[in-house]
Design a protein around this ligand. Structure first.
Ligand code: NAD
Length: 268
């Protein structure tokens, strides 16, 4: 999609980290930006920052796990700015627990935000985007841990990101005949507040802290990059209609190892 001023960008999880960087990058392109976040204070402060540079921006409180809340976000967006051109389904939460330590509440919370939150957002925005016609784009934030399983990351988060990648690949196939492109963002380590995700966990689903899972990554794979660099890669992928954005090419040998294992299963 050609990125142009006055287009409408909606960014879930826009109050922090990668989402905030996406909001800044879109505002710099002259887009009208909806910063949607469960943490209204965080969304407000990003919008205040954008407005200092005369950007048109709106902070909206949303819980993407709640279908009605996301529908309200779509209605507010249309009323304020019109139909969405760039939908960044970016809000996500993380817990790194072993399978044995993960409770049903852990699974419910992470799946409700990472997977069903993205489904809710697509259900709320996609019909309007299709109806409005013209070039539009969807960015779903997954993770490199949606392409390869790393013990230290834990099964709950990993399963949620594998699910997102599968869903997004199908979405791209289903939308191939339209002017709506799909990009799957697969970051490695990015300097954000993701490891403090429990700050946004509803009290009703909280569980006691447990020890971090062993089986960490080799240090060479934990090269921390800044959200601003990720946002630049995303906007390039939107312009070029690329399906995948991979922020850490050095992870490829791990993915290749998985593919080789699969290959041997087919050949055995
Ligand atoms: P972050 O914690 O800094 O930002 C996440 C934002 O999402 C926060 O502002 C938070 O308030 C918001 N949020 C959480 N639950 C929400 C809900 N139910 N409804 C609406 N908003 C909600 O973390 P980040 O790293 O910027 O995370 C952005 C995305 O990037 C996530 O999907 C995460 O899984 C993914 N990711 C991050 C990394 C990394 O290393 N930081 C790596 C791979 C993938």
């Amino acid at each position: 999609m050609k990125i142009e001023s006055q287009q409408v960008a909606v960014i879930t999880g826009g109050g922090s980290g990668i989402g905030a960087a996406l909001a800044r990058a879109c505002a710099l392109q002259g887009m009208q930006v909806v910063v949607a976040d469960i943490d209204k204070g965080a969304a407000d402060s990003i919008v205040a920052e954008l407005e200092m540079f005369d950007a048109k921006a709106l902070a909206v409180q949303v819980d993407i796990a709640d279908e009605g809340s996301v529908q309200a976000l779509a209605d507010i967006t249309r009323e304020a700015f019109g139909d969405c051109h760039l939908l960044c389904n970016n809000a996500g939460v993380c817990i790194n627990r072993s399978f044995a330590d993960s409770t049903k509440a852990d699974w419910d919370w992470v799946m409700s935000v990472n997977v069903m939150g993205t489904v809710n957002s697509l259900n709320a925005f996609l019909p309007g985007m299709l109806k409005a016609g013209g070039a539009r784009h969807i960015v779903n934030t997954a993770s490199l841990t949606g392409l390869v399983a790393i013990e230290a990351v834990g099964s709950v988060y990993t399963a949620s990101k594998y699910a997102l990648i599968g869903m997004s690949e199908i979405l791209q196939q289903e939308l191939a005949q339209t002017e709506i492109g799909v990009t799957i963002l697969c970051p490695g380590a990015v300097n954000t507040r993701i490891l403090e995700s429990e700050r946004n966990r509803p009290d009703s689903s909280a569980t006691a802290e447990t020890a971090p899972v062993p089986g960490g990554l080799d240090e060479s794979f934990v090269r921390m990059i800044e959200p601003v660099d990720v946002a630049a890669m995303v906007l390039d992928a939107v312009r070029d209609n690329k399906l995948y954005v991979v922020t850490h090419p050095e992870w490829f040998p791990m993915i290749e190892q998985r593919v080789k294992l699969l290959e041997s299963a087919f050949k055995d």
